[in-house]
Write a new protein. Structure first.
Length: 255
């Protein structure tokens, strides 16, 4: 897993709504998606299979990737995994929902959302817009926040985090989850509430939240059985267990 060593600025499009890479092997669907996204102001890059998608991704990293899972050659799952190795770009899986477990598995791989086929292209554009809105820097939140007496530091603008000397980047969904939980330390939020706060909420089940919590815990190095950050409250939901520092912790020594 590649971890960036510094806090780079979040890449924003020079103009327009952003660049979307659409990975879809069916030309008809690809064309419809392209037309609708372009009409909404997005610049669209298309790829007909996973390998072409990786090449396009390397050539010019997009602001968001739409991925079909049933692709010839490299599967959509393998593609999502390969992208996640090097990038935390928002990923929307738009694919036939073969089972609920597959949907959950897609989210476990690090996708931000899952839109089942057949879908209305208008809804796909809405999901893209919603995910990118969550990705955008939050005004008034440009200053890094610290938690647990400085143990965890998160910059909402770039989604970079630093915990116990490790650095990485949260996905938009993980950042939203972290902010939702930590906004009310000690208060239990049930899965339905978190679902509404964190995801687009359409066609989602509360299991979605469990998967995102597991992903976030893994990044934070949090242990579900002895949590310092996110506590599971049986039959109730989740609770932020660590204090939120009011001001960024002072820099101590050369640490
Ligand atoms: Ca397909």
């Amino acid at each position: 897993m590649a971890v960036r060593s510094s806090f780079p600025e979040a890449r924003r499009p020079a103009g327009g709504a952003g660049r979307i890479l659409v990975v879809e092997d069916e030309p008809r669907i690809r064309e419809i998606v392209r037309v609708y996204l372009a009409a909404a102001g997005y610049e669209v890059e298309e790829a007909a299979d996973g390998r072409l998608a990786l090449a396009a991704f390397d050539a010019a990293p997009p602001d968001l990737v739409v991925v079909d899972l049933l692709l010839p050659g490299l599967s959509g799952e393998a593609l999502v995994r390969a992208i996640r190795e090097v990038s935390d770009v928002p990923i929307l899986i738009a694919s036939a929902k073969r089972s609920d477990d597959e949907r959950i598995e897609g989210l476990r791989l690090g996708a931000d959302d899952y839109l089942p086929k057949p879908y209305n292209p208008v809804e796909l554009v809405e999901r893209v817009r919603a995910i990118l809105r969550r990705t955008r820097p939050v005004s008034g939140a440009a200053r890094p926040r610290t938690y647990a007496s400085g143990r965890l530091e998160v910059d909402p603008a770039t989604r970079q985090y630093r915990v116990d000397g490790r650095e990485g980047r949260l996905t938009p969904t993980e950042l939203r989850l972290l902010l939702a939980l930590s906004a009310s330390p000690g208060l239990v939020l049930d899965r339905e509430r978190l679902l509404a706060l964190v995801t687009t909420g359409i066609g989602e089940t509360t299991r979605t939240i469990d998967v995102h919590v597991a992903n976030l815990r893994r990044k934070l190095g949090d242990d579900a059985s002895a949590p310092w950050a996110i506590e599971t409250i049986p039959d109730a939901g989740y609770r932020w267990a660590a204090p939120v520092d009011r001001e960024p912790a002072p820099v101590r020594g050369s640490r």
